[in-house]
Design a protein around this ligand. Structure first.
Ligand code: F6R
Length: 241
């Protein structure tokens, strides 16, 4: 596991965008794994600036990590909408090459299997961008998730619903369930790039970097990945020994 510590959130985004840009420059039809939430926003901003400077992202494909169950795709906080607003539009991706799990499917288990099949058909993910929850989740693989898990329905932890309530009018509007890539799915990506900023992530970062591999800190599974990079600012690094 490679750990890169930079000064602040803007530098985290700049570094991560640089890594992704290198991969796309070498393979213009690269498959990106994209995360939602606040952590990757600086990375997307920095990638948009690189696009303005000539980086062509129009041939990449993208797979989102997760989606809420039961939320309309045109709800502004559905990950369908977030990925379109924060990723597809500013980066100039081809929307036809972008996939988000279908949390509205009548058969969610079938939708999960279909998502795995779509990732495989695309040749797998070249670089998976990740954030991390304060409880150590990656994707929405909450503590106790199987380290070998595949895309499936998960119940959001109370702490995750509380953290994400900031995107909704009230806590009770935050969905209870999600469809998320599993930890095994994430491990299959050729490269993993986790970004974290701020002191609120410092404990989780210390656990996943220096603690044992454990389903209680799901991000620790990245210790098993051959090409995992953790890009953090000084505040998020503050509990590392
Ligand atoms: C979102 C996702 C989550 C978030 C995590 C951190 O697609 O998979 O793991 O990355 O909850 O969220 P923020 O960045 O909002 O603190």
């Amino acid at each position: 596991m490679e750990v890169v510590i930079v000064a602040g959130p803007v530098e985290v985004g700049a570094f991560a965008a640089g890594r992704i840009a290198e991969i796309v420059a070498a393979k213009p039809e690269a498959v990106l794994g994209v995360a939602t939430g606040s952590s990757p926003l600086e990375t997307y901003r920095a990638l948009a600036a690189r696009r303005d400077a000539g980086l062509d992202l129009s041939r990449v494909s993208a797979f989102a990590l997760d989606e809420y169950v039961g939320i309309a795709h045109d709800h502004p906080e559905s990950y369908h909408a977030v990925v379109d607003r924060e990723v597809v539009q500013p980066l100039g991706l081809d929307a036809a090459r972008v996939r988000v799990p279908n949390g509205l499917a009548a058969d969610l288990d079938a939708a999960a299997d279909d998502y795995e099949a779509q990732i495989a058909a695309a040749g797998g993910v070249d670089v998976q961008l990740l954030g991390i929850g304060g409880n150590g989740h990656i994707g929405f693989n909450e503590p106790t998730s199987s380290l070998a898990s595949r895309t499936r329905v998960k119940t959001l932890a109370p702490a995750t619903r509380e953290a994400n309530a900031r995107f909704f009018d009230s806590l009770d509007q935050v969905p209870m369930h999600c469809l998320t890539q599993g930890l095994g799915t994430i491990l299959d990506a050729k490269r993993a790039l986790l970004v974290a900023q701020g002191a609120s992530k410092a404990h989780a970062i210390a656990q996943i970097v220096e603690g044992p591999v454990s389903s209680m800190w799901p991000g620790s599974v990245l210790q098993l990945h051959r090409h995992a990079t953790i890009v953090i600012d000084e505040a998020a690094a503050s509990e590392l020994t």
